[in-house]
Design a protein around this ligand. Structure first.
Ligand SMILES: Cc1cc2nc3c(=O)[nH]c(=O)nc-3n(C[C@H](O)[C@H](O)[C@H](O)COP(=O)(O)OP(=O)(O)OC[C@H]3O[C@@H](n4cnc5c(N)ncnc54)[C@H](O)[C@@H]3O)c2cc1C
Length: 391
């Protein structure tokens, strides 16, 4: 009999894990708390280490339709716009690593993942309430009264994971001191700026701004992150005030200020940190993505790592379906060091991106101009990795 897997959470991590498991003929179902599958209005960058895995799931055509392929990463100073680093993406990154770099609207990516799932295997309106360990099986109970039995439960329920809480108790998030605003600017509002399809990043004292085209270049996704903000709610759906963002970006380059002025609306949230978990697994229940290794967004790798987790789990279940505990132990052994490295890199980037004016910032700038950190040799460990094989 095929291994029965219940995935809790139908975000990017849960859905891509389910597709990878189905490809191996596993009996997988996804249970999502929200009344329908979808994502908030924001952008997401999908690097070759993740796009390679999604292509293997047969999603290339849909990804090419909805994704924007940026030509470069362009990193600049906040005030005069001087280039600190410009590194190729586009065909060059694809030739180097065998898979493209994409920018997506999260809703588009979620829709193409959910659309690839057989509807009878996705269950919206199922919010996990409790789990019962029955030795060789687990019972998952949902707030709507439903209960399902599975051989393995995978908690892909994000940063506020209920699965993690059931396994390891309530977590203690730490406010990082960073506050983020996001906005989606319609292309016609910023046509005069002539912004190329690249991954743009502006670094300033105590803050940075990232922006890129999404939804077939109809919208510009903009994220502004600053230190010492006073907002402390960790939610993607709290509305902010555009004037507050403009005030924080006073004196920044006119392009950055024009983008912020173009926000039809903005959402604000605080960035929290969590100490690494000692373990991701208990019995036949494990975790994936933000549920076990949330990271600051400064390396644009949180979703990519969730996609990698799912690919690794699927390959391990297929290979070791008669020994679930061994498969889960191997999953954690293979995935944890890499996810931890990216958590650390994200925290390091926060410091690099937000350096105050002064000597250290000058040294950063000189180093970025002379050598940078985005040569293909430097990125090989990250972009060349195939998590479905490296098990
Ligand atoms: C500003 C910002 C920019 C980012 N940019 C990038 C980027 O460019 N590239 C990148 O790779 N990553 C990026 N990330 C990180 C990325 O968004 C996350 O790492 C990724 O979304 C995690 O996916 P996930 O599936 O683990 O969790 P989530 O996307 O949070 O999905 C969890 C799902 O579980 C559901 N759920 C929650 N509780 C329950 C429950 N009790 N029962 C059932 N279902 C439940 C939720 O409704 C949700 O659908 C960024 C993050 C931020 C904050």
């Amino acid at each position: 009999m095929s291994l029965r897997i219940a995935i809790v959470g139908g975000g990017i991590g849960g859905l891509s894990a389910a597709l990878a498991m189905m490809k191996h003929g596993l009996d997988v179902h996804v249970y999502e708390a929200a009344p329908k599958f979808g994502e908030v209005g924001a952008g997401i960058q999908i690097s070759p280490n993740a796009s390679r895995l999604l292509h293997k799931l047969g999603l290339k055509d849909a990804m090419d339709t909805w994704g924007v392929r940026p030509v470069a990463v362009h990193q600049r100073r906040w005030d005069d716009g001087r280039t600190l680093q410009r590194a190729p993406l586009g065909p060059d990154v694809e030739a180097a690593f065998g898979a493209p770099y994409y920018h997506f609207h999260r809703g588009d990516l979620a829709a193409l993942l959910a659309g690839a799932m057989p509807p009878e295997r996705t269950h919206a309106g199922h919010k996990l309430a409790g789990l019962e360990d029955r030795g060789e099986r687990v019972i998952a109970r949902f707030e709507n009264g439903a209960a399902v039995e599975a051989d393995v439960v995978v908690g892909a329920d994000g940063i506020h994971s209920r699965t993690r809480e059931i396994l390891f108790g309530p977590d203690k998030p730490r406010f990082t001191g960073c506050v983020a605003w996001r906005g989606l600017v319609p292309a016609d509002r910023i046509a005069d700026l002539g912004i190329e399809a690249a991954s743009h990043l502006w670094m300033g004292p105590g803050g940075h701004c990232v922006h890129y085209w999404v939804s077939a270049k109809r919208l510009m996704n903009v994220v502004c992150i600053v230190e010492h903000g006073d907002w402390t709610r960790e939610s993607w759906t709290d509305k902010g005030i555009v004037d507050h963002v403009l005030r924080r970006y006073d004196n920044w380059h006119p392009t950055v200020r024009s983008l912020i002025r173009g926000f039809p609306e903005t959402f604000v949230w605080a960035l929290f940190d969590r100490a690494p978990l000692a373990s991701w697994t208990q019995g036949r229940v494990t975790l994936l993505g933000d549920a076990c290794h949330p990271m600051l967004p400064m390396a644009a790798q949180g979703a990519a790592q969730a996609i990698e987790d799912g690919a690794a789990l699927a390959s391990l279940f297929a290979k070791m379906r008669d020994d679930v505990p061994a498969a889960l132990a191997r999953y954690e052994a293979v995935r944890k060091p890499r996810a931890t490295r990216l958590q650390e890199l994200s925290a390091l980037n926060r410091r690099r991106f937000h350096m105050p004016d002064g000597q250290e910032q000058h040294e950063r700038d000189s180093l970025m101009v002379s050598s940078g950190d985005r040569s293909f040799a430097a990125l090989k460990w990250l972009y060349d990795h195939d998590a479905s094989i490296a098990i």
